[in-house]
Write a protein that binds this ligand. Structure first.
Ligand code: HEC
Ligand code: HEC
Ligand code: HEC
Ligand code: HEC
Ligand code: HEC
Ligand code: HEC
Ligand code: HEC
Length: 455
């Protein structure tokens, strides 16, 4: 939607003059409708910098763009695009501060430049999934997460560099938030969580338009195979926002969105944090089983997938599991998945316990009425047929594999007569066909990009 007007605006060089947009000529007209529909341009709750003279109405462009470095005579540095703040975040592993992006100047709950001093934006798990713990979070606070096990965030410097290399409109000094949001059109989704026509995102390859506001831009594209996860702490309502029925047309198509950078046909992404290229993600029928590829044989799922959804081949959304910005957990993992929290104290988190982010949707031994929370012996050994390692090292009455097992050893991939779990991501990761339902270990397992030690 909005294709015409915004394209005209963005492409029009006459609009680049700061004076032009402040005095409101042609290009402003073209933008007007979309801008005033946007969160920033709204006359009630839009941009309103507290250090600006009252003469500047709420929503006025000048709350972000400074004319000739001064507003009514008051001095102020002019930065790229005549913005009131520096815009360049540099450095691979840093603590983010408000001066790293013009956006952080306002999108923080401490000392926001916006009138009132605070613009709260909780994470996806909370805003759309109903998880409640950090409601006073701003985006800046999200990017400096607390740590549970190992925190993570979309490294903004690396996102900026990647976007500059791969999307022609994106300049080297464009603020990285713009890779996914267009501040001139982004809408206030947090006030309308069930309505994606209020989407806040734009595809990196189509920056002039919103993404998710047209029918063809939602998870309904996957032929009804998307099942929305439960809303937090509920087994009767669904994301986003607690709908009474799963409705894929209410969820922007995040698969296409995230795979604009992560898709298996895209340029490789090097991650400083991982010290390697990231595994690229393939959601097609030839790719992951969490994508369009069908599951095999019996799968011990939990609701709403087991019977309520009842589909033969679910296609999941990336944000069913991941946050788009950051997380207190590794790999941008959501704080809650499918209506349940991740921070289970029992039996603790750890690299060999990755199941803490599977058991919300899959039955662990406990859910099967058999063993401990986050134990997975029965899935792998105990049920015959489709259970990949049944008939071999079967589990005993204690719920653990029987002795003299030739795979489980001490942690870190040892092979030998142990009973410890084997680190899950040796076998399960994006792009692994897991490795084969017949069960193979260890010789034919291809580890993730050569990495086995860290997770
Ligand atoms: C919330 C802050 C914000 C507001 C409000 C805002 N802008 Fe911008 N604008 C930006 C940012 C950030 C950029 C830099 C874009 C980039 O990095 O590619 C920008 C860039 C621009 C550009 C250059 C675009 C290009 O592609 O080179 C123009 C022209 C512009 N804005 C006009 C306006 C007008 C006109 C208004 C009001 C109708 C307005 N802006 C309101 C943040 C804002
Ligand atoms: C001058 C302050 C200011 C700046 C700078 C600013 N914003 Fe905002 N932004 C706001 C306000 C105010 C709202 C609406 C507040 C609300 O809904 O609580 C908003 C809303 C949004 C929304 C819609 C979601 C929501 O919370 O309602 C997005 C997305 C957004 N901003 C992104 C950005 C990005 C990206 C940048 C930088 C390019 C940016 N903002 C810069 C003040 C600002
Ligand atoms: C990799 C893409 C990506 C980057 C980079 C990114 N965001 Fe977001 N952002 C998202 C997605 C996806 C959402 C989830 C909400 C949605 O879809 O509306 C979101 C949500 C938001 C929201 C809340 C929207 C709402 O309505 O609740 C704000 C505000 C926001 N982002 C601002 C920022 C700022 C500021 C930055 C830079 C510091 C940034 N984002 C960087 C993808 C991104
Ligand atoms: C504009 C490009 C871009 C988009 C869009 C994008 N990413 Fe990323 N992503 C990156 C880059 C660059 C990195 C490497 C830097 C890093 O690890 O933080 C990365 C890293 C990651 C990582 C690894 C983090 C870690 O801790 O190692 C995950 C998980 C991820 N992205 C998920 C997503 C999801 C989910 C979406 C959609 C909501 C998304 N990305 C959208 C560019 C993008
Ligand atoms: C948000 C819910 C959700 C989470 C979290 C989740 N899964 Fe799944 N998983 C599913 C669904 C739904 C399917 C069935 C997909 C289909 O129908 O093609 C599935 C299928 C699978 C399959 C294929 C099973 C078969 O019989 O072919 C494997 C293997 C799997 N998941 C492993 C994992 C692992 C490992 C984790 C944790 C790291 C995990 N899943 C987390 C929902 C989830
Ligand atoms: C040695 C390789 C290997 C390791 C290590 C491994 N798995 Fe699996 N897992 C498999 C195979 C093979 C399957 C069957 C895959 C299929 O059907 O596609 C499977 C299936 C699963 C399934 C889906 C079962 C279903 O059909 O319902 C889940 C969930 C799962 N594993 C979780 C885990 C967790 C959690 C860990 C770590 C504690 C782990 N796995 C470690 C090989 C492994
Ligand atoms: C069922 C939950 C689930 C869904 C859905 C999901 N992911 Fe992941 N993702 C994970 C887990 C768990 C990890 C970390 C463990 C691993 O890589 O084995 C991960 C890791 C990643 C990584 C880091 C890979 C690396 O090299 O270490 C990226 C990038 C990523 N996911 C992107 C995506 C994108 C894009 C989508 C949607 C197309 C998506 N994920 C959907 C669970 C999920």
């Amino acid at each position: 939607m909005f294709k015409h007007t915004v394209r005209v605006f963005i492409g029009h060089t006459i609009c680049l003059g700061v004076a032009a947009f402040l005095s409101g000529i042609t290009c402003v007209h073209a933008l007007e409708v979309n801008y005033t529909n946007s969160a920033h341009g709204n006359a009630t709750y839009g941009v309103n910098r507290s250090d600006m003279p009252d003469a500047y109405a709420v929503g006025n462009c000048a709350h972000c763009h400074v004319q000739h470095g001064s507003v009514d005579g008051s001095a102020g540095a002019v930065h790229g695009f005549a913005l009131f703040s520096a815009n360049l975040v540099e450095g691979a592993d840093i603590t983010y501060k408000s001066t790293d992006s013009v956006c952080f100047q306002c999108h923080t709950t401490s000392n926001s430049r916006q009138q009132g001093g605070s613009v709260p934006n909780p994470d996806y798990a909370e805003t759309f999934g109903g998880f409640s713990e950090n409601s006073d979070q701003g985006v800046l606070e999200q990017y400096n997460p607390d740590t549970q096990l190992e925190d993570s965030y979309h490294n903004l410097d690396e996102v900026r560099i990647y976007a500059a290399q791969n999307f022609a409109w994106f300049k080297e000094y464009t603020t990285p938030c713009e890779a996914c949001h267009n501040p001139h059109i982004a809408r206030r989704n947090k006030a309308h969580v069930k309505d994606p026509t209020y989407t806040a995102i734009s595809l990196p390859s189509d920056h002039g338009n919103l993404w998710g506001d047209d029918a063809g831009e939602t998870m309904a594209r996957y032929g009804g195979d998307y099942q929305a996860p439960f809303y937090y702490n509920s087994t009767t309502s669904y994301e986003p926002g607690g709908l009474l029925n799963s409705d894929p047309s209410k969820v922007p198509d995040y698969v296409t969105f995230c795979n604009e950078c992560h898709g298996s046909e895209k340029a490789p992404i090097y991650s400083t944090r991982r010290e390697r290229n990231l595994v690229m993600v393939n959601w097609s029928a030839a790719g992951d089983k969490h994508g369009a590829r069908g599951r095999d044989g019996k799968t011990w799922l939990r609701e709403p997938y087991a019977t309520i959804g009842g589909k033969s081949n679910y296609v999941l959304s990336c944000v069913d599991c991941h946050e788009p910005h950051a997380s207190p957990y590794p790999f941008l993992m959501r704080r809650s998945i499918n209506g349940q929290p991740l921070n289970l104290n029992e039996p603790g988190l750890g690299p060999d316990k990755r199941g803490f982010q599977c058991l919300q949707c899959h039955q662990d031994d406990n859910a099967m009425g058999y063993g401990g929370v986050n134990d997975w012996a029965r899935q792998h050994h105990g049920l015959g047929g489709d259970s990949p390692y049944s008939g071999r090292n079967n589990i005993g009455p204690s719920g653990k594999p029987l002795a003299n097992c030739d795979c489980h050893g001490a942690f870190e991939g040892d092979i030998g007569s142990g009973k410890n779990p084997i680190r899950c991501e040796i076998c399960h990761y994006h792009g692994s066909s897991v490795p084969n339902p017949a069960g193979e270990w260890p010789a034919t397992v291809t580890p993730k990009n050569g990495e086995q030690k860290t997770f």
